[in-house]
Design a binder for this molecule. Structure first.
Ligand SMILES: Cc1cc2nc3c(=O)[nH]c(=O)nc-3n(C[C@H](O)[C@H](O)[C@H](O)COP(=O)(O)O)c2cc1C
Length: 210
């Protein structure tokens, strides 16, 4: 089967991409609103793009030309945000925070999330998350009339102590974090089914035995 993306509308492309580019990590983004109101929402069009500088990005589907979702408007205003990662034990709270609440609601109250002070930025992180990245806005790239890519530089990281194997060597026990990924529609995947595959050095590559 072939799909001609030129012949499809946005919804159809979303369905095809969203159900195949999987699993996707989830950025549970906390932001500060105009009156210091705390906001949180998940974004699975998300990934990391660099380390020097350390850049993460996620993309927002605007509700309309005037409404870039609360997350987008807040980031425009304060030029910072926190990416909190989602684990099995906070998946349900993440789902509550995805409800399309109007701006005067705080997802922190609705989902009973605990704000924790950030170190380098004003925006609090979500204490229930086991890993969080404090980010300063790098740029907002318009991808289309109703889609924007938000890029931020990670300036500080929080992680649960018991997920750190050796801080000096930056060794993390990824499995302890029990992170989840997004599959198609309302499906998620645990990250506990691990495959090991060592990299092959060039000088060990000899597929043709002579
Ligand atoms: C797992 C998950 C992933 C989501 N990913 C995105 C995304 O990548 N982009 C987007 O615009 N909305 C995404 N959403 C929907 C937003 O979280 C939702 O619109 C939310 O209400 C936005 O909140 P805000 O107005 O407080 O920013 C996702 C929802 C869920 C449950």
């Amino acid at each position: 089967m072939e799909f001609d993306f030129d012949a499809l509308d946005g919804k159809q492309r979303y369905k095809l991409l969203g159900s195949t580019v999987t699993p996707r990590p989830i950025a549970w983004v906390s932001t500060l609103g105009p009156n210091g109101k705390l906001n949180a929402a998940p974004f699975s069009f998300f990934n990391v793009f660099g380390e020097d500088p350390a850049v993460v990005g996620f993309s927002i589907q605007h509700r309309s030309e005037a409404d870039m979702k609360d997350t987008g408007s807040n980031i425009r205003l304060h030029r910072e945000f926190v990416v909190n990662l989602v684990s099995e034990d906070n998946l349900e709270k993440m789902n509550i925070s995805a409800i399309e609440f109007p701006p005067h609601f705080s997802e922190f109250s609705e989902a009973e999330l605990t704000p924790a002070r950030s170190t380098k930025i004003e925006t609090p992180r979500i204490a229930e998350s086991h890993v969080a990245f404090e980010c300063r806005l790098t740029q907002i790239v318009p991808l289309g009339p109703l889609r924007s890519l938000v890029l931020g530089e990670v300036v500080h990281m929080h992680i649960d102590d018991d997920a750190v194997i050796d801080a000096a060597k930056c060794y993390i026990d990824t499995r302890k974090l029990r992170l989840v990924g997004r599959m198609e529609a309302n499906s998620y995947v645990r990250t506990s089914d691990i495959l090991q595959l060592p990299r092959i050095p060039l000088d060990a590559w000899n597929p043709v035995q002579s």
